[in-house]
Write a protein that binds this ligand. Structure first.
Ligand SMILES: *[C@@H]1O[C@H](CO)[C@@H](O)[C@H](O)[C@H]1NC(C)=O
Ligand SMILES: *[C@@H]1O[C@H](CO)[C@@H](O)[C@H](O)[C@H]1NC(C)=O
Ligand SMILES: *[C@@H]1O[C@H](CO)[C@@H](O)[C@H](O)[C@H]1NC(C)=O
Ligand SMILES: *[C@@H]1O[C@H](CO)[C@@H](O)[C@H](O)[C@H]1NC(C)=O
Ligand SMILES: *[C@@H]1O[C@H](CO)[C@@H](O)[C@H](O)[C@H]1NC(C)=O
Ligand SMILES: *[C@@H]1O[C@H](CO)[C@@H](O)[C@H](O)[C@H]1NC(C)=O
Ligand SMILES: *[C@@H]1O[C@H](CO)[C@@H](O)[C@H](O)[C@H]1NC(C)=O
Ligand SMILES: *[C@@H]1O[C@H](CO)[C@@H](O)[C@H](O)[C@H]1NC(C)=O
Length: 391
């Protein structure tokens, strides 16, 4: 009996993992035109439908060397087993304003244990949308790649370019890994954030390269435990938490940004909230960051007001326990550090250590503006910070 059991274990252990893994090739099996002109949504959906009901870890193959035109496609879960999309080809959005309704280009909803991997690319062909938006003719613009209710998601290696709006969003996802993904859009493309994480837990973003017209990574409310590491940002607006507390009661905690570099961005690391907001944001570690010509490398702003017409309101999202350690390089503005906290809800537990930010190409020293912030510094901190006493 025992022997039989051990034999069975051996058989299971030596069986190749991919043994019964079936692949669903959108061209070979589902007759995608792959000419970059014909909408291939039907073929993709048929491949998805078949794979999604396969119980043996299926792979949807989007072959390299081909271009696939896709308009709005929703890949709906749940599926019968973990599912992989091998994206080696190039997906392009229609080169026209293809919707006037709020709609996103590729949507994955309720799919657990999805892997999206490959050398492929998704090109949002956003220029026409940016122009439309800049002329106030388009309100709703499609997000390139939107994941919602997707647990154990892995997005690796692919390249996302020129989204009409944000490039990738994670909403209500738990344990997502985004690794080695590159994202690129021009610096003046409006709201083309790289990766937005909202209402999600346990997210890792690593080895990514992000150039965009807005935040490289933005972290929104109801989000816990995000790590961004070994990634580069710029051009773009930096890695931002918020803006928080505009309409929701904010909950953000355990945010780690390490070993990242920022080149020519508007901000380095930033926490921003609206006046009068509710809730809290706590537990931040920003460490091992390299800034090159960044306008404001370190920012906490409880007076966020992009249009510059916000009434003064008491209260605010409480921002506490933020550590800035080992942050080097240059700012392109003299005011390299801004910690602007509200009179009624001060910031507490701010800590800086081994921070040295000089004003690029100037001999005058950089400076810091500190308002209603309590904290401590240790070792070298340039520019010099004057905190209120820690409580
Ligand atoms: C995140 O964690 C919180 C607290 O444990 C939980 O209430 C929430 O459902 C989780 N969200 C997701 C998307 O897993
Ligand atoms: C944070 O998320 C990572 C990645 O999923 C996970 O390994 C780690 O255990 C989480 N930490 C906590 C305290 O939940
Ligand atoms: C990031 O890349 C490094 C170096 O290639 C690799 O060792 C590491 O595992 C990657 N990070 C993750 C989370 O995959
Ligand atoms: C960050 O870099 C330091 C120094 O090179 C290294 O010791 C550490 O392991 C790195 N951390 C991550 C998460 O890559
Ligand atoms: C910081 O970035 C600059 C420019 O990209 C690079 O020259 C420098 O070596 C980096 N410094 C560190 C400590 O990584
Ligand atoms: C600083 O000077 C260097 C060398 O002249 C130049 O390449 C760089 O663009 C300048 N940086 C800024 C932010 O002006
Ligand atoms: C810091 O520099 C800015 C811009 O040059 C200047 O307006 C501000 O007064 C300076 N702040 C301090 C505290 O010196
Ligand atoms: C800060 O960095 C600058 C430029 O790298 C360097 O010249 C200066 O000595 C450093 N300051 C301290 C206190 O380490």
């Amino acid at each position: 009996m025992l022997l039989a059991f051990v034999t069975l274990l051996l058989v299971l252990a030596t069986r190749p993992a991919q043994c019964h893994q079936q692949s669903y090739d959108v061209v070979r099996n589902f007759h995608a035109a792959a000419d970059g002109k014909t909408d291939d949504a039907k073929a993709f959906l048929a491949a998805w439908k078949a794979a999604c009901s396969d119980e043996a870890r299926p792979v949807v193959v989007v072959p390299g060397g081909r271009t696939f035109l896709l308009s709005q496609v929703t890949f709906q879960g749940p599926c019968k087993s973990p599912i992989t999309i091998q994206l080696d080809g190039r997906i392009v959005a229609p080169n026209r304003i293809w919707t006037t309704q709020p709609a996103n280009l590729l949507v994955f909803h309720g799919v657990d244990s999805l892997t999206l991997d490959g050398n492929g690319e998704i090109d949002g062909r956003g220029a026409i949308w940016w122009d439309c938006y800049n002329h106030k003719r388009c309100n709703a613009r499609p997000i390139l790649l939107a994941f919602s209710f997707c647990d154990h998601l892995r997005v690796t290696r692919i390249r996302l370019t020129n989204s009409a709006d944000k490039h990738m969003t994670l909403f209500r996802c738990s344990q997502a890994l985004v690794d080695g993904v590159s994202i690129a859009a021009p610096p003046d493309s409006p709201n083309t954030d790289g990766i937005t994480v909202a209402s999600s837990n346990h997210t890792v973003i690593s080895n990514c390269s992000i150039r965009s017209g807005d935040d490289c990574v933005s972290i929104l409310s109801q989000t816990r435990n995000v790590t961004v590491t070994r990634s580069t940002c710029g051009p773009g607006h930096g890695i931002s938490v918020g803006s928080l507390g505009r309409s929701e009661s904010a909950v953000v905690e355990q945010i780690v940004v390490t070993n990242c570099s920022f080149v020519g961005t508007m901000n380095g690391v930033r926490i921003k909230s609206w006046q009068g907001g509710k809730g809290y944001a706590k537990g931040f570690l920003f460490a091992g960051l390299n800034m090159t010509g960044v306008q404001y490398p370190i920012v906490i702003d409880q007076f966020y007001c992009p249009q510059g017409n916000c009434p003064v309101k008491p209260g605010g999202v409480a921002i506490t326990d933020a550590r800035f350690i080992d942050i080097q390089g240059t700012s392109s503005r003299q005011e390299a550090i801004r910690l602007l906290c509200s009179q009624s809800v001060h910031c507490h537990g701010i800590y800086l250590s081994n921070v040295n930010l000089s004003w690029v190409n100037h001999t005058a020293p950089s400076n810091a503006t500190i308002l209603n912030a309590h904290g401590t510094t240790e070792g070298v901190v340039v520019p010099k910070i004057q905190f209120l006493q820690p409580l």
